[in-house]
Design a protein. Structure first.
Ligand code: GLU
Length: 255
């Protein structure tokens, strides 16, 4: 078993984050009773350079140690793996599982204002564009079926794929977005259990589709074994005494 805590250093450790870390740590401690190879990995998801600060990374590490939530592997800094994320995204493009998109935010908003559409309208999906400066790489969501998984907290959950956006994998400067970096890292780091807040439940459908696409292109090139999907557990959000979602502005949430 390998579980991980994967905070983004966009602020000091939040009590919700500390609880997520605690659930991961406890799950691993329990597994260690039976499994000598059980691992608690700490991965710092620091790819968003505009929102991250070194002092926040240090604050997260210090808080975890103070709480006794010591990790067995890491910290691994996601920002050291940008080339890996990019290589995999470009491979998806080679396999026609992703496409370059030239639409600006304004283009998308203007088109949507004439329809009931929200989000990206898949305008460039079949245009076979080559990369040019300013373009982003989008994942081609397989539209026909549904994506389901068994959440360890919530049971069966599913979504119609056609309701999912063709989400961005790489920005025009080739840096990865969350879903890509998170999926590739869980895959490469052999994570078996993803335990996190329920705000990520919706992302998990995208992550599963992307995981399957990466695994299928790996199989076709014979490069790597098909890694099984991890198990997912989405924890309910913490609320304050009025049962409102905790907010950084209103509540005292910093550990
Ligand atoms: N970096 C994400 C966050 O802090 C982690 C999500 C995850 O655990 O997969 O919300």
């Amino acid at each position: 078993m390998k579980a991980r805590f994967a905070p983004s250093p966009t602020g000091y450790l939040h009590v919700g984050g500390a609880r997520t870390a605690l659930f991961n740590w406890l799950t691993v401690q329990k597994a260690k009773k039976f499994d000598d190879n059980a691992v608690f990995l700490l991965r710092i998801e620091d790819t968003d350079t505009e929102r991250n600060r070194d002092e926040w990374t240090q604050g997260i590490l210090d808080s975890l140690l103070k709480l006794g939530l010591n990790w067995d592997e890491g910290p691994i800094f996601q920002s050291t793996r940008l080339d890996v994320h990019k290589t995999i995204a470009l491979k998806l493009y080679d396999f026609h599982l992703a496409y370059w998109c030239k639409c600006s935010k304004e283009d998308i908003e203007n088109r949507n204002s004439e329809t009931t559409n929200v989000g990206y309208d898949r305008h460039c999906r079949d245009l076979n564009l080559e990369y040019q400066s300013g373009y982003v790489l989008r994942f081609k969501v397989p539209l026909s079926s549904t994506t389901k998984f068994h959440d360890l907290v919530r049971g069966e959950v599913q979504i119609e794929n056609s309701t999912l956006e063709d989400f961005v994998l790489l920005k025009s400067n080739m840096s990865p977005l969350f879903v890509l970096a998170n999926t590739v890292d869980d895959m490469d780091m052999d994570v078996t259990h993803v335990i996190r807040g329920e705000e990520h439940l919706y992302n998990t459908f995208k992550i599963i589709l992307l995981w399957e696409a990466i695994a299928s292109s790996f199989i076709s090139t014979g490069e790597s074994a098909n890694k099984p999907l991890p198990s997912f557990a989405h924890l309910p959000l913490l609320v304050n005494e009025k049962r409102q979602k905790l907010s950084k502005r209103r509540d005292k949430v910093s550990v």
